[in-house]
Design a protein around this ligand. Structure first.
Ligand code: FEO
Length: 172
C-alpha cells in the first residue's frame, strides 16, 4: 500500500470514528428528549460506524505495516429539534459519501486496484446510509407537530435490529 493511499485510509478511520462519536452524542440527545426509539436507532448507528472504522483497520493490516490513529474532535451535542438532528445526520452522511468518492478517485489515480475494490462496499453502503436518514426526515416532516405521530415514529425507530459483534469486519 503506498504512503499516499495509506495516509488517506488512516484519515478515513478518523472520519468513521468521528461518525461513531457524533451518533453516540445524538443518542444521548434523544434520551434527553425522551425519545428512546430514536436514541436506540442512533446507538445502533454508532456501533455500525465502529464497524466501518474496523473494516479500514483490518484492510490496512492485511496490506500495510500498521494504521495510525489521530485525535477525534468533539461532536456537536445539541440540536434545535429531533428533525434537525436527523438533518444533521444526513448532512454528515453526504460528507462521508464525498470522502469515500475522493478515496475511490485517489486509488484510481494511484493504480491501487485492490483498495479501489475494497471501497466498493462503502460506495454501496453510503447509498443506504443517506437513504435511511432521508426516510426518517421525510417521516418526521410528514407528521409536522403531531406528538402522537412522533411517538409512533419513535416506536418504529426502536425496532432497528442491533449490530452483531464485529466478526463481519474481521472477516473482511
Ligand atoms: Fe460510515 Fe455512516 O458512514
Amino acid at each position: 500500500m503506498n504512503q499516499t493511499v495509506l495516509d488517506a485510509f488512516n484519515e478515513q478511520i478518523n472520519e468513521e470514528l468521528y461518525s461513531a462519536y457524533l451518533y453516540l452524542a445524538m443518542s444521548s440527545y434523544f434520551h434527553s428528549f425522551n425519545l428512546p426509539g430514536a436514541a436506540h436507532w442512533m446507538f445502533v448507528q454508532y456501533k455500525e460506524e465502529l464497524q466501518h472504522a474496523e473494516k479500514f483497520i483490518h484492510f490496512i493490516l492485511e496490506r500495510g505495516p500498521a494504521y495510525k490513529l489521530k485525535e477525534i474532535k468533539e461532536p456537536t451535542n445539541h440540536w434545535p429539534s429531533p428533525l434537525d438532528a436527523f438533518k444533521a445526520a444526513l448532512t454528515h452522511e453526504k460528507h462521508i459519501t464525498q470522502c469515500i468518492n475522493n478515496l475511490v478517485e485517489l486509488t484510481l489515480r494511484e493504480k491501487d486496484f485492490s483498495s479501489m475494490q475494497f471501497l466498493q462496499w462503502f460506495v454501496d453502503e453510503q447509498v443506504e446510509e443517506e437513504a435511511n436518514a432521508s426516510k426518517i426526515i421525510d417521516d418526521i416532516e410528514r407528521i409536522g407537530n403531531d406528538s402522537k405521530g412522533l411517538y409512533f415514529i419513535d416506536k418504529e425507530l426502536g425496532n432497528r435490529p442491533n449490530m452483531e459483534p464485529s466478526s463481519e469486519a474481521e472477516a473482511n
